[in-house]
Ligand binder design. Sequence first.
Ligand SMILES: Nc1ncnc2c1ncn2[C@@H]1O[C@H](COP(=O)(O)OP(=O)(O)OP(=O)(O)O)[C@@H](O)[C@H]1O
Length: 503
Amino acid sequence: PGVEAASFGAGMEQLVRKRFSFFTSFWNKLWPNPVSADSSSLGYFDPDPVALRPDLEPVPDSPSASLFSALYDFRARSAEELSVSRGDKVCVLKEEGDYVLAKRLSGEPALGYIPASYIVKISEETSHQPWYFSGVSRNEAQYLLLSPPNQHGSFLIRDSESNRGEYSLSVRNHAKVSHFRICKEPDGGMYIQKGQAFPNMQELLTFYTVNWKVVQCPLLQPCIPKAPPVRDSWERPRSEFILGRKLGEGYFGEVWEGLWKNMVPVAIKVIKQADMKAEDFTKEIQNLKRLKHERLIQLHAVCSVGEPLYIVTELMRKGNLQSYLSSLEGKALRTLHLISIACQVADGMTYLEEQHIVHRDLAARNILVGDNLTCKIADFGLARLLKDDIYSTSGSTKIPVKWTAPEVANYHTYSLKSDVWSYGILLYEVFTYGQTPYEGMTNQETIQQISMGYRLPRPSTCPPEIYCIMLECWKGNAEERPAFIVLREKLCSLYRRLHSSLS
Ligand SMILES: Nc1ncnc2c1ncn2[C@@H]1O[C@H](COP(=O)(O)OP(=O)(O)OP(=O)(O)O)[C@@H](O)[C@H]1O
């Protein structure tokens, strides 16, 4: 016990010396022979000036990067997310809605997304003292301090409920919580015991950290707050959205151009709730949230309380690729532009391939076009889920047969390789400026012809190299079809070659 008491005392000395370094002369009187630093005994308080450590500098290629500290533990739910522990230092590289792309600087360096509400800017951290809990009542303080991971010695300072402008200290003493009124003197000094006033809260706490017998229990560590629920903010009130012009209509409802909070242009899919089960919706929304890629339509928000259901995504001003290609603007596109579209779709599909997600309905009608010929894949995730029931309950009549691989039409076996088949058809649509494949043939005839080895002929506007790629996508044996990563490489090198020969 003597050794333990000594090491506890040494730890406490280091802790208060580091934490309250401005009080050095007082500490020198109290402990004439300072103990040497031992980080293991510092526990919660680690006041190292993070920004000064060379290995914690923001990444040099990102001038806007800044340093933050994690307020709560966060466990990554996908490869894209980043696990952090409370107190970890991170460098924020990019803000994306409610999430930030961050580089973890503590421990093993790693990169990924974490909820923005889980971190606080280091520069602001000092003003947000970890022991100060604004707006927390006596009962809430009691509940917090008695909840894990808090333990004996956890404490917090809160605003006094009965005396405005004053504070209370709540400290956990084993299984109970004691509360001490912190009174204010007219000159601003604060005290727990009359006649023992301090100019500020930090000095008061420093004193009671050392002289803890007065408060019956050592002040060992600031209370750890409860982490807010992740991504709650996906759910938004319907009143935040104003519907403008109707953009189109699909099986599940209408799509409207809209404004979010009178500012952000968005696309709003208005769905009749009857079309889906609530738990399926929640599950699928979780999936959608984790899919983030510049070639995938980004989900912004959902309104799922009451009806109708809104699914809010980024707005793509030029609509779907199929109608865009047959518009005047689309018809004016050159081969290089068409290859660029093909590359972009292959890029997005490579991402889905990496995530082991099968699209099931890849077609030009499900690619959306924005300014500068940017193309993004839509109708993955949620729409796929919605369509599942339809495909399985109404037989094959709803399957887009002309885009579908033979093994899907015959046995409903979807795979990434059946998406590759559909991608070949999409290439056909692109290089014919939006023509319907197998024009003049019924679905039944198409299935029959395909099973007998028939393949769409090369359109006159399609370069032979591209047609070779289409034929590879339409191999009868799914295993022999190329992966999207290979398709992307082939098309992008073709694009680079053509681009450099033209310039
Ligand atoms: N984010 C968006 N930005 C711009 N236009 C969009 C957006 N989403 C959809 N649209 C337009 O609305 C139309 C209907 O879209 P929706 O996703 O409801 O149906 P679909 O995919 O065409 O059909 P289905 O869902 O029945 O397969 C699209 O074809 C497109 O023109």
